[in-house]
Design a protein around this ligand. Structure first.
Ligand SMILES: [Cu+2]
Length: 313
């Protein structure tokens, strides 16, 4: 019985090894990050690969030394154990070498972090609000605002009672009714917040990921170099329907973006009004010091404060 199990284990390992060796033949079957279409995303990918190779080299050295020592100094060859208690040279070595490696890794990592946080000079700013469980996008300058939720095909298929084979649904759980649209080659700055619980906006191919937290405005940016459709998901475990709030970003040409804005601006005002969270617009009650004209003034001031807070200014 044990021999059969062992034999099967060996067989399975050989199959996995063979699959790994046949790697170039399996371009569609990828285990690594998705290739990014932004420069920063590519830098993140390169950094990830650099650190990965460093880790592999450390692994080879450490396990190599271990395996060598186990074989070289095994009991049958060296029945008498050595009597030294420590080696100052070795201690200095295994303290300084990791420090040098860490410092060497900190430089490229810091460079990417600085790049990632450079939210200046936006060509387009989009306010993104996470809701339970969909996203709201608002383009303040272009007067476009809309909700983006899981598309109907996925929504129907996800319910067990409907008995729909999810494999037949294209982009299952990764499609929305209204994607976010941005122009290619433009720096898009996202102002992220949430209306209820913490969500996180992440489209892997656009690089970076940011939390959307109620009461806070987090900022991130991306500049897509290629026209295309890029998919992501909320990456914060935000609640019951967490798995059903995908993100789709359509990167289009400037002309296509302009006509999209043209086609979607008209209903913006009503949608914005319908979308604004009730509590955020309502001014706090003025203190009951004086009545009349002063109350009106205080109320206006409070309202503009509240509005300022919302837009993050
Ligand atoms: Cu979420």
């Amino acid at each position: 019985m044990m021999t059969t199990l062992f034999g099967r284990g060996v067989q399975r390992t050989l199959v996995i090894l063979a699959a790994a060796l046949a790697w170039p033949a399996q371009a569609d079957w990828d285990l690594n990050f998705q290739r990014s279409v932004t420069d920063v995303g590519q830098d993140i990918y390169d950094l990830h690969m650099l650190i990965f190779y460093i880790c592999c080299a450390i692994g080879v050295v450490v396990f190599g030394a271990m395996i060598y020592s186990i074989i070289r100094h095994r009991k049958s060859v060296h029945p008498e154990p050595a009597t030294f208690s420590h080696s100052t040279v070795a201690e200095i070595g295994w303290t300084t070498v990791p420090i040098i490696i860490l410092v060497a890794m900190a430089f490229p990592a810091a460079k990417v972090l600085v790049e990632l946080e450079d939210n200046s000079n936006a060509d387009l700013t989009v306010e993104v609000t996470g809701y339970q469980w969909n996203w709201h996008y608002k383009y303040p300058k272009d007067g476009v605002a809309f909700f983006s939720k899981l598309d109907d095909a996925s929504s129907m298929a996800r319910r067990a009672a409907n008995n729909i084979d999810v494999n037949t649904v294209e982009n299952y759980l990764l499609d929305v009714d209204r994607p976010m649209v941005v122009p290619v080659g433009k720096k898009v700055v996202l102002k992220l917040t949430a209306n209820d619980v913490i969500h996180a906006w992440w489209v892997p191919q656009l690089g970076g990921k940011k939390d959307a937290i109620p009461g806070f405005i987090n900022t991130m940016w991306f500049k897509a170099n290629e026209i295309g459709t890029y998919r992501g998901q909320c990456s914060e475990l935000c609640g019951r329907d967490h798995g059903f709030m995908p993100i789709v970003v359509e990167v289009v040409s400037e002309a296509d973006y302009a006509s999209w804005v043209q086609a979607n601006t008209t209903d913006a005002d009503t949608r914005v009004a319908a979308v604004a969270p009730a509590g955020a617009v309502e001014a706090p009650k003025p203190k009951a010091v004086k009545r009349g004209a002063v109350e009106g003034a205080a109320s206006t001031e409070a309202a503009s404060d509240a509005a300022g807070e919302r837009s993050g200014e």
